[in-house]
Every structure is written in structure tokens, then in C-alpha cells.
Design a protein around this ligand. Structure first.
Ligand SMILES: C[S@@+](CC[C@H](N)C(=O)[O-])C[C@H]1O[C@@H](n2cnc3c(N)ncnc32)[C@H](O)[C@@H]1O
Length: 246
């Protein structure tokens, strides 16, 4: 985005002309933001080190790459990083990449700080603004080397399907943000959502499946709480990997 364009209002801040809160279909509901004492302490201790304040993006000149110590490093974006189990481990193993973890749930961000303190990964920044909006307004075309979406909320009830992250329009948007050859790694424990993701991404001309069908489990991806919960409930885990066309 060029510096003279005005960025539209962030979710939860837009109002209609007559002053009502703008209605938006989001892929999450605002869960409780109450934190434990340990999380609050982590929040205070770490937010300046790893977190991008919401207001920072209101500056039309804001460039997410400049939030990292090495703005020129290849960028990985993780959408819905939860408590940061994958983020902290994967980022620590990839010090030459910048990892932008987008998570709107504050206790999850604070938990991520605790994990980052353990692994010492300095190449991570967390952003707490809707990932769909952020992908559209903060990421440039061909800027993202890898996109990770592990266990996006499945919204299993049919009337909630419109809240699912991976739909036709988001697939197009995300694909445009990937560099040619860039990779989108996904995992879900909902067979029916896996089918939806597959049919949506197979239909996107800017993406090709890296495998003939589901991907093997990405060995580097840590087993998260959500994945364990899915397995305990008898659900099958599907990994999917797509690549941006040249
Ligand atoms: C089911 S959890 C999975 C967390 C983590 N990826 C894992 O595997 O453990 C999905 C997470 O995505 C976050 N989320 C959903 N939609 C989002 C959005 N549009 N922007 C940012 N975070 C989002 C939720 O707050 C939640 O923490």
C-alpha cells in the first residue's frame, strides 16, 4: 500500500454514517480477554518486545516489515497462532525468516510471549488485528514467503460456515500476497472443512496443490492443544500444502 492511500478503519473501529458500529462477518468471536496473573505479567513484560500495537497500523505509512529487526528477511505469516505453540518452535528453528503471527485473542498472545521467552525467538512479531483485514490492508502483493493456517476455527454449524477463514475470496487474496513459489500450509481436524479448503484452493488459479491430495503431516509442526483435542475426539487431521504459481 502506498503511503498516500488512506487505509480503511480496522475491524471494531468502523462506524456507519449515523454512528452505529459497522456490522462485519468475522472468522472469530471476541473471546474473553481476561488473563491470568502469569499472562498479565507476560503481557506487561513482553508486549514492547514482540507485539505491534493496534494503533500502529493507523499510520498510512506503516509497513509491517519495518516492525522486524531485519525488515528485508523473508516473511512468514501465521494466521490464528493461538497460544503460540507452533509459532515459538517454528520461528526459533528459522532465524533467517521474519514470522508475523496474527492472533486476536489477548490471553493467547500473552501465552505466546511466555513461549517466545523460552525459545528466545527474536524474529517474531504478533499482531492482534483481524487477519483477513490485515492480509488485505497490511500485506503487499508477492510479499509473503509462507502462510501458515493451523486449525482455523471450523465453524461446524452450517449457518456459521460464512465465518470460515478459507473461502473463495480469501483464497484469492492470500494467493496474491504469496511470492511466486510461496507456500500455504494448512491443517484442520474437521474432515468436512478439509474438503471445503481443498475444493476452494484447487479452484484458485494462482495456487497449485503441492501434493496429489492431502500433504503428509509437516514434521516440523508441533502438536498443539487443538490438534490433541481433535485427535482425542476421534477426528482425523488433514494437512494441506499449496504453492503459488510462478
Ligand atoms: C482453533 S484455534 C488454533 C490455534 C493454533 N493455530 C493451534 O493450532 O493451536 C484458532 C485461532 O485463530 C484465531 N483467529 C480466528 N480468526 C482469526 C482472525 N481473523 N484473525 C486473527 N486470529 C484469528 C482465534 O482467536 C484462535 O485463537
Amino acid at each position: 500500500m502506498s503511503s498516500n492511500q488512506v487505509r480503511p478503519a480496522r475491524p471494531h473501529t468502523g462506524v456507519t454514517e449515523d454512528g452505529r458500529r459497522l456490522a462485519q462477518v468475522l472468522t472469530y468471536t471476541r473471546r474473553g480477554s481476561r488473563m491470568t496473573a502469569r499472562q498479565s505479567a507476560a503481557w506487561e513484560r513482553c508486549r514492547e518486545r514482540w507485539w505491534i500495537p493496534d494503533e500502529a497500523v493507523d499510520d498510512p505509512a506503516f509497513d509491517v516489515r519495518s516492525a522486524f529487526a531485519d525488515p528485508g528477511a523473508p516473511l512468514v505469516v501465521e494466521i490464528g497462532s493461538g497460544v503460540g505453540e507452533a509459532t515459538a518452535a517454528l520461528a526459533a528453528a528459522r532465524p533467517s525468516y521474519n514470522v508475523l503471527a496474527v492472533e486476536v485473542w489477548q490471553p493467547g498472545v500473552a501465552e505466546t510471549f511466555l513461549r517466545l521467552e523460552e525459545t528466545g525467538a527474536e524474529n517474531v512479531r504478533l499482531l492482534s488485528i483481524d487477519a483477513v483485514w490485515s492480509t488485505e490492508h497490511l500485506l503487499g502483493e508477492r510479499q509473503v514467503s509462507e502462510l501458515w493456517t493451523f486449525f482455523p476455527d471450523p465453524w461446524p454449524k452450517k449457518r456459521h460456515h460464512r465465518r470460515r477463514l478459507v473461502n473463495t475470496s480469501f483464497a484469492r487474496l492470500a494467493a496474491t500476497r504469496l511470492v511466486p513459489g510461496g507456500v500455504w500450509r494448512l491443517a484442520t481436524d474437521w474432515a468436512e472443512y478439509a474438503e471445503q479448503i481443498t475444493s476452494v484452493l484447487d479452484a484458485e488459479p494462482l495456487l497449485d496443490s503441492a501434493y496429489d491430495g492431502p500433504a503428509p503431516r509437516w514434521a516440523a509442526r508441533p502438536l498443539t492443544r487443538f490438534e490433541r483435542r481433535g485427535i482425542r475426539a476421534g477426528r482425523e487431521i488433514t494437512d494441506l500444502t499449496y504453492r503459488r504459481t510462478p
